[in-house]
Design a protein around this ligand. Structure first.
Ligand code: KG4
Ligand code: ZN
Length: 344
């Protein structure tokens, strides 16, 4: 099948999202988010998310088909996020996709949420970047990956040992009394702050950490440092705190990712996941990659946070590569890592 028409469903967290692609071309990307229902709790409430997925699913699928100007019968294959994520939320997606696959008699691919964040890079790009270093920075994960083949070979070089980068943004935002999710709010506030005002710690960058944690991250010390600073400095300028915190995160993410690229002799970097929407990360990555002679790709802003297009994109790569579809009846896995890119 040369240019498969693929519908991808994503429900791992609080976005009910459906994307449709033909080959590497994006035809539709529809997202219904329950984020406002979680805001007053300061984080995603799993039960609320699952219920919202159930309520939104049918409408989001119809809207995506309408946007792509195709019918369900035209679809060649279905893709769905099978993990990691909130189990109840994942189950709404995998059940919906399984039902559709059975009814339409079409192949179904249960795929990994983390690698689909990276695979969104394949959309509208004719030139594959692999091998590449992947810097995956989301609300649940922060990893440095060696991407040999987006559809079949992604190796974890390092990961966070405590909070994820997006989680750190969300927690610091709460300390600064900003809205959830914290990333966009800090990004905005930091634009009027001085990023060199406060020297916050860069986790796991000490020479003693190199042996065991060369490409790992830790953001809990940074969180404690910001919290202590705010408590001990009544005159703290919030914008300076936001900018200095953001600078510490961006610095450590890029230093480690580019060092991994250099050691592996890899000349491409793909940054993906919700935090890839951060304006300072994008600007600094552009600057540092140019200096290091590394090709950089970041998804368009609208495709950084969770969406269905990324699931459809990864599924399309798998269909094109001739991968074996997932058996209907497969089990979603809330805690899967990157050892499983495609469910059997
Ligand atoms: O990838 P994603 O949508 O969901 C997960 O798979 O986790 O990422 C959500 C995370 C949240 O923690 C959010 O605060 C963060 O991405 N985020 C940002 C920005 N936009 C979203 N972090 C920093 N700057 C941003 N502009
Ligand atoms: Zn995600």
């Amino acid at each position: 099948m040369s240019e498969p028409l693929v519908l991808g469903i994503e429900t791992s967290c609080d976005e009910t999202a459906v994307g449709i692609v033909r080959g590497r071309k994006l035809l539709a990307n529809v997202i219904s988010s329950s984020v406002e229902q979680h805001a007053r709790f300061g984080g995603v409430v799993p039960e609320i998310a699952s219920r919202a997925h159930l309520e939104a699913m049918q409408h989001v699928i119809s809207a995506a088909l309408h946007e792509a100007k195709v019918s369900l019968q035209d679809i060649d294959a279905l893709g769905v996020t099978a993990g990691p994520g909130l189990i109840g939320a994942l189950l709404v997606g995998t059940s919906s996709a399984s039902g559709l696959a059975l009814a339409l008699n079409k192949p179904l691919f249960g795929v990994n949420h983390l690698s689909s964040h990276l695979a969104v890079d394949a959309l509208n790009e004719t030139q594959a970047l692999e091998p590449a270093i992947g810097l995956l920075v989301s609300g649940g994960h922060s990893s440095i990956l060696k991407v040999t083949d987006l559809a079949s070979d992604v190796e974890v070089l390092g990961a966070t040992i405590d909070d994820a980068a997006g989680e750190a943004f969300d927690k610091i935002a709460r300390l600064l009394e900003l809205d959830f999710p914290g990333g966009p709010a800090i990004d905005l506030l930091a634009q009027s702050g001085d990023s060199s005002a406060i020297e916050f710690p860069r986790g796991l960058t000490h020479v003693n950490d190199r042996e065991e944690h060369l490409y790992d991250f830790s953001f809990s010390g940074l969180k404690t440092a910001v919290s202590r600073y705010l408590k001990s400095t009544p005159s703290a300028v919030r914008a300076d705190v936001a900018a200095s915190f953001q600078e510490a995160v961006v610095d450590v993410l890029l230093t480690k990712a580019l060092s991994a690229a250099k050691s592996a002799g890899i000349e491409s970097l793909i940054i993906a996941g919700g935090v890839a929407a951060n304006s300072r990360l994008r600007a600094e990555a552009t600057r540092r990659c140019a200096l290091a002679g590394v090709r950089l790709r970041t998804p368009p802003m609208g495709l950084c946070t969770d969406n269905g297009a990324m699931v459809a994109a990864l599924t399309s790569l798998m269909v094109t590569a001739g991968s074996t579809p997932t058996s209907v009846g497969f089990a979603a896995d809330s805690s899967s890592g990157l050892e499983r890119l495609l469910w059997r």
